[in-house]
Design a protein around this ligand. Structure first.
Ligand code: NBP
Length: 484
């Protein structure tokens, strides 16, 4: 096997939609890119369709691919997460030398990344689990990139990633997140927040459509308007596009011909599982994942529609609610619920960072999520400012700016949740986020009663508000308190 005259600065393994777009992005930015895919047809298609984008070195075997890379070799894997990724890692590692860098750009589970990083480190290789957000469009034109792994690998890899990442205010949307699984953990929570963000937008749509009686085209206009204020974000922008789309076949709004069942098998579910392990209440993300699960429970839904009693329902006009005021209330409820979801997501990242010793800086995330990724939003600037003001803030909701926002939003939020309940419209994230908010600000929670119950049936003991120690009531005896 001959070594090519010109070597590649970076290689991409896996040339489905994400890998080929990322390879093109590197090539368009002046890098020579080695490309390899298990089935050579994808490699051939990339070269024939987009070979003019820049310098590619197509390889038909892993050995050819490795030989095409300059040292230290840098290879990005963009294949299906799970066993496929392990198979490719093994192939690459067997052909690489100490000091070479393997980057997994897929949506890997962070615990897999921790395991893989340790395995590769024991072989003298650098392993970088990098979350890449922005879908196929982002991969081609500038994604947000969240690389973990050894800090020293970022010295060699960072400039390359910075050259292809999205840029906001002159700042590339990529930074070293932390050791081993940090990058994939942060990407997972990013996706969890994305689930919540999409669900709150869905709930707002549902209210405007079925409570305010607006058409999809009218609602699209409302979202366009909202996109010029606090809610300015990619997801609000594309929502207006989806709602304006008319189905060519039927002439109906596209939204009305799309089956209302959404999948929830990937990173959203992982986020909630990880949050449960860490004991962090990510209620917004959790409800969003469950809302998708319920949407897909087709047979249960079919059995329930029109048969489960709804009780006495009202309409907006029966409740004497002004439509324009209601639309503004819904905007505020959306914003408040979204704030809760982000605050909870950042809480989870903080907890994960502490658990695994990653030292993740939340300001970095608020900075790199401003561009390229699906949850890019204007208000991430505010989140960064909040952490600039106080990096140790207990919750984003307690930042002075966001507290001020909440003061403006909370009355509308309550009105919307009450109204939705009276109309019989589901608002799982709006309502659970409000309950979370009220729980956070409650002086006393019913957990005291739960502790009393636990002590009663299981002698689990309780702590007192007025002195140190653990106590137990002798419930089946004379009911005196003893110190445990
Ligand atoms: P897919 O996730 O659909 O994976 C297809 C690629 O995996 C093909 O190149 C395929 O090769 C390769 N592959 C498989 Br499957 N098994 C393999 C094996 N045992 N050995 C070698 N290669 C194997 O591609 P994608 O949608 O481009 O996504 C790539 C990664 O990026 C995934 O981890 C995904 O979760 C992540 N991601 C995707 C998006 C998105 O919007 N799609 C966004 C962010 C992250 P073949 O051609 O020979 O079958």
């Amino acid at each position: 096997m001959s070594t090519p005259e010109k070597l590649a600065q970076i290689g991409v393994v896996g040339l489905a939609v994400m890998g080929s777009n990322l390879a093109r992005n590197f090539a368009r930015n002046g890098h020579t890119v080695a490309v390899y895919n298990r089935s050579t047809s994808r490699t051939d298609a990339l070269i024939s369709d987009f070979g003019n984008d820049g310098d590619f070195i197509p390889a038909s075997t892993i050995e050819e691919f490795i030989a095409a890379l300059e040292r230290p070799r840098r290879a990005i894997i963009m294949v299906q997460a799970g066993p496929a990724t392990d198979a490719v890692i093994t192939q690459l590692a067997d052909a690489m030398d100490p000091g070479d860098i393997i980057i997994d750009g897929g949506n890997a589970l962070y615990t897999d990344t921790i395991r893989r990083e340790a395995e590769m480190a024991s072989r003298g290789l650098h392993f970088v689990g990098a979350g890449i957000s922005g879908g196929e469009e982002g991969a081609l034109n500038g994604p947000a990139i969240m690389p973990g792994g050894p800090a020293e690998s970022y010295e060699s890899l960072g400039p390359l990633l910075e050259s292809v990442a999205a840029v906001v205010d002159g700042v590339p949307c990529v930074t070293h997140i932390g050791p081993d699984g940090a990058g994939h953990f942060v990407k997972m929570v990013h996706n969890g927040i994305e689930y919540a963000d999409m669900q709150v937008i869905g709930e707002a749509y549902q209210l405007l459509r079925y409570a305010a009686g607006m058409t999809p085209a009218e609602i699209a206009e409302v979202f366009r308007e909202w996109n010029s204020g606090d809610l300015d974000s990619y997801l609000i922008e594309i929502t207006a596009e989806v709602l304006s789309q008319v189905d060519a076949e039927t002439g109906q709004p596209l939204i009305d011909v799309i089956v209302d069942a959404a999948g929830q098998k990937g990173t959203g579910r992982w986020t909630v599982k990880a949050a449960l392990d860490l004991g962090i209440p990510v209620t917004g993300i959790g409800e969003a994942v469950f809302a998708r699960a319920l949407s897909g429970a087709t047979s249960q839904r079919l059995a329930a529609v029109g048969t489960l009693p709804a009780g006495q329902l009202s309409t907006l006009s029966e409740l004497g609610v002004d439509r324009a005021e209601f639309v503004e209330d819904v905007r505020r409820a959306l914003y408040a619920s979204k704030l809760v979801a982000y605050a909870q997501g950042f809480d989870q990242i903080k907890a994960g960072s502490q658990e695994y010793g990653w030292n993740v800086d939340p300001r970095d995330l608020a900075t790199i999520w401003r561009g390229g990724c699906i949850i890019r939003a204007k208000f991430l600037d505010r989140i960064r400012e909040a952490y600039d003001t106080n990096p140790e803030v207990e919750s984003l909701l307690l930042d002075p700016y966001f507290k001020g926002e909440m003061a403006d939003l909370v009355d509308s939020w309550r009105r919307v949740v009450i109204c939705a309940t009276q109309l019989g419209l589901p608002v799982p994230v709006f309502s659970s986020s409000l309950s979370y908010y009220d729980s956070l600000r409650s002086e006393r929670l019913p957990a005291a009663l739960i502790q009393g119950q636990r002590d009663f049936f299981g002698a689990h003991t309780y702590r007192r508000v007025d002195k140190e120690g653990s106590f137990h009531i002798q419930w089946s005896g004379d009911r005196t308190e003893i110190e445990a």
